[in-house]
Design a protein around this ligand. Structure first.
Ligand code: ACO
Length: 343
C-alpha cells in the first residue's frame, strides 16, 4: 500500500457523539452465570462492568443517538451530509444498518453503507471516508463504530463472555484544505492466515432442500477466541504499526497528546504504551465501564474524552484498532472540534 500518494485536500474532525445501552452488567452479576470473579476479571482485563442491549433498544437506535450528538457538536444540518459509513460486525440487518440510521437522522442526501472489519472497523472506516473527502468528491461524512457482541458471545463460556459489551460512537468529518489536514497519516493491515485466532463463523448447519440438494441455514456460531494468541498479536503488532506511522510522519512520540487504542484489555493498553515509551497518563481508557465494544470502543472513548475536557482542540492523537481478521490499523489524527464543548 502506498500511503504517500499525492493528497489533494484534507479532513477535519469536527464533532463526536456516543450512546450506550441502559442495562449494566457488573462482574459480580456475571459471576451468577459463570464460574468467575470480580477479582479475576479486573486483574486480567481491567473490566468492571459492561453494557448490554435489552428490550426496546437496538444497535440502530444507539447509532442514531451517537450520530445526533455528533451532529449537534459539529452544528451541522443532517441534509448537508454526503456519506454515512457504519463500521459494524453485528448489524441489525445483514443487508446493512447504515441506511436505516440515515433515515432516522434525516440525512437524505447521504449515501450510507456498512463496513466490516471487527475491532479495526472504526479505523478502517475513518480512513475510507477520508479518501472521499480528500479527493474532493464529498464534503461531509459521519463515521460510526457500533457493535452488539452480546448477541454473539456464548454467555456460558467464561473465557470470552467477560470481555465484551455493546455500544456506539460516531464522528463528524469535514473536507478541508491540505494545509489543515487532521489525518496526519495512516496504516492498515490484514493477515487472514491468523484469522482462526478470533472468529464469528457461520454455523455448519446444512438442511435438506429437495432431492439431493441442501442449503446452509443462516446462523452463526458464538465467538471463538484463542485469548493468548490474540494477546501476543496485539502487543507485537500494535506498537509495530504505530512506530511505523511515527517514523513515516516524522513524529516524535513525545509530541503525542493522547494514545487512543481499541479498548480490549488494560494490560494490552499498558504494554503498547510501554513499548512506545508513552506515559500511562496519556493513555485514554474507559474499558473499566464498558469492556470491549468492538468497533465502538475508539469513537466512544474519543467522545467521552472530548466531552470531559481531556481532549482539546488541536490535540494530536495516535489511535490504533486491532482484532479479528486478523486486522489492525493506526491513524495519527488532530482533533479540530469546537472549542470548549463540554456537555
Ligand atoms: N474467570 C475465572 N477464570 C477464568 C476465566 C474467567 N472469566 N477465564 C479463564 N479462566 C481460567 C482458565 O480456565 C484458566 O484456568 P486453568 O489454568 O485452570 O486452565 C486460567 O483462568 C488461565 O486462562 P488463560 O486463558 O491462560 O488466561 P489469560 O491470562 O490468557 O487471560 C484473557 C485471558 C484475559 C482473555 C487474555 O488472554 C487476553 O486478554 N487476551 C486478549 C483477548 C482480546 O483482547 N480479545 C479481543 C480482541 S479484539 C476483537 O477483535 C474482538
Amino acid at each position: 500500500m502506498d500511503v504517500n500518494q499525492p493528497i489533494l485536500g484534507g479532513i477535519a474532525l469536527r464533532g463526536s457523539g456516543s450512546a450506550i445501552p441502559s442495562q449494566q452488567l457488573t462482574n459480580g452479576q456475571l459471576g451468577l452465570r459463570v464460574d468467575t470473579s470480580d477479582e479475576w476479571i479486573r486483574s486480567r482485563t481491567g473490566i468492571a462492568s459492561r453494557r448490554v442491549l435489552g428490550p426496546g433498544e437496538t444497535l440502530t437506535s444507539l447509532s442514531k443517538n451517537a450520530c445526533s450528538r455528533a451532529l449537534e457538536m459539529a452544528d451541522w444540518d443532517p441534509e448537508s451530509i454526503d456519506l454515512i459509513l457504519m463500521a459494524t460486525s453485528t448489524p441489525d440487518d445483514l443487508f446493512g444498518s447504515a441506511p436505516k440510521v440515515q433515515s432516522l437522522i434525516g440525512a437524505k442526501n447521504a449515501v450510507a453503507f456498512d463496513l466490516t472489519a471487527a475491532c479495526s472497523g472504526f479505523i478502517f472506516s475513518l480512513v475510507t471516508a477520508s479518501q472521499f473527502l480528500r479527493n474532493g468528491s464529498m464534503k461531509r461524512a459521519l463515521v460510526i463504530g457500533a457493535d452488539q457482541l452480546s448477541s454473539w458471545v456464548d454467555w456460558d463460556d467464561r473465557r470470552t463472555c467477560v470481555l465484551f459489551g455493546d455500544g456506539a460512537g460516531a464522528i463528524a468529518l469535514e473536507k478541508t484544505s491540505k494545509n489543515e489536514d487532521g489525518l496526519i497519516g495512516f496504516q492498515l493491515k490484514s493477515d487472514g492466515t491468523r484469522g482462526d485466532y478470533l472468529n464469528l463463523n457461520q454455523a455448519n448447519n446444512y438442511i435438506p432442500l429437495v432431492t439431493d440438494n441442501s442449503y446452509q441455514e443462516g446462523r452463526f456460531s458464538p465467538i471463538q477466541m484463542n485469548g493468548q494468541e490474540v494477546y501476543k498479536f496485539a502487543v507485537r503488532e500494535v506498537p509495530g504499526i504505530l512506530q511505523q506511522l511515527l517514523r513515516e510522519t516524522s513524529t516524535d512520540s513525545d509530541n503525542i497528546d493522547w494514545l487512543l487504542l481499541h479498548q480490549a484489555n488494560q494490560r494490552i493498553l499498558d504494554a503498547v504504551a510501554d513499548r512506545l515509551k508513552i506515559p500511562h497518563s496519556k493513555v485514554l481508557s474507559n474499558l473499566e465501564n464498558y469492556g470491549n465494544t468492538s468497533a465502538a470502543t475508539i469513537p466512544l472513548m474519543l467522545d467521552e474524552a472530548v466531552r470531559n475536557g481531556q481532549i482539546k482542540s488541536g490535540n494530536l492523537i495516535a489511535s490504533s484498532g486491532f482484532g479479528a481478521g486478523l486486522s489492525w490499523g493506526a491513524v495519527l489524527i488532530k482533533w479540530q472540534g469546537p472549542l470548549g464543548f463540554n456537555k
